[in-house]
Design a protein around this ligand. Structure first.
Ligand code: FPP
Length: 247
């Protein structure tokens, strides 16, 4: 089926929860790591489609702070995969800027180095897609850290209560370089947010589908965007107010 997308209403920022890699692998009699490897390949594919559609930011939940509690072999396999797949030439060829959000210091040295290399090589890429990899990330970790820093500044007399507003809070988050997600997609059948971009998704549109992440195709992405384009984003206004504004 063809989806007629309105080119003027492409979401600027899409966030994805890439769920279902393990079940995809199990269904094929493969180890879970094979599911993550295929998931990584699919992220590359979906990033390319996003780029072509004119999406400016794609934020992929790759490893949460809770994922550290998975079996060590699985954690190691994901870390190894991320290092293997960080490809500066590929990013440069496609004018993609790479960013990472999360607790970088907790990641193995090899992962830190791979991110460091790709982020500095691509930081001046402009006009294309910014691919944001969330690793060792969770919203509660991010908010706790922001609050601790804020308490420290207040204790040092460098911050007054009236300085704390939404702009200030945004500035303290990992995501301070990009707009909030317009569309959050979760694959794999679960309908929850799993500690991902809690503050940032205040007004995001959510799209859930049963497809396992490795099978989430460009066609599935078009469908998600088509559904998004049919929604009326009201941001607390009435439908009539929104229609008036759009006239
Ligand atoms: C969730 O599926 C997926 C993850 C925890 C890992 C996601 C990692 C990748 C897609 C690799 C990304 C690679 C690069 C290069 C950034 P799950 O394991 O919870 O699946 P399940 O619910 O079916 O068990």
């Amino acid at each position: 089926m063809e989806y007629q997308l309105d080119k003027n209403q492409i979401p600027e920022h899409i966030a994805v929860i890439m769920d279902g890699n393990g079940r995809w692998a199990k269904a094929k009699g493969l180890p879970r790591s094979a599911g993550h490897a295929e998931g990584g390949t699919n992220l590359r594919r979906i990033a390319e489609v996003c780029s072509k559609l004119g999406v400016k930011y794609l934020t992929a939940y790759t490893f949460s702070t809770e994922n550290w509690n998975r079996p060590i072999e699985e954690v190691d396999a994901i870390m190894k995969l991320v290092v293997e797949r960080m490809d500066v030439d590929d990013l440069m060829r496609n004018n993609v800027r790479l960013r990472m959000i999360g607790d970088m210091e907790r990641l193995p040295e090899s992962v830190q180095q791979a991110f460091g290399k790709c982020m500095s090589a691509t930081e001046h890429n402009e006009g294309g897609l910014t691919l944001v990899i969330a690793m060792s990330y969770s919203s509660r970790w991010e908010l706790t850290r922001a609050m601790r820093r804020t308490a420290q500044l207040a204790a040092e007399g460098k911050l007054k209560p009236e300085d704390v507003n939404e702009d200030y809070i945004n500035s303290q988050l990992e995501t301070n370089f990009m707009p909030d997600p317009d569309l959050l997609i979760r694959t794999g059948g679960e309908q929850r947010i799993s500690n991902y971009l809690l503050w940032q998704c205040a007004y995001s549109e959510f799209y859930f589908c049963d497809t396992y992440w490795p099978d989430f195709s460009s066609e599935d992405l078009y469908r998600a965007i088509a559904v998004y384009q049919q929604r009326q984003r009201r941001f607390g206004l009435t439908g009539e107010q929104v229609e008036c504004k759009n006239e």
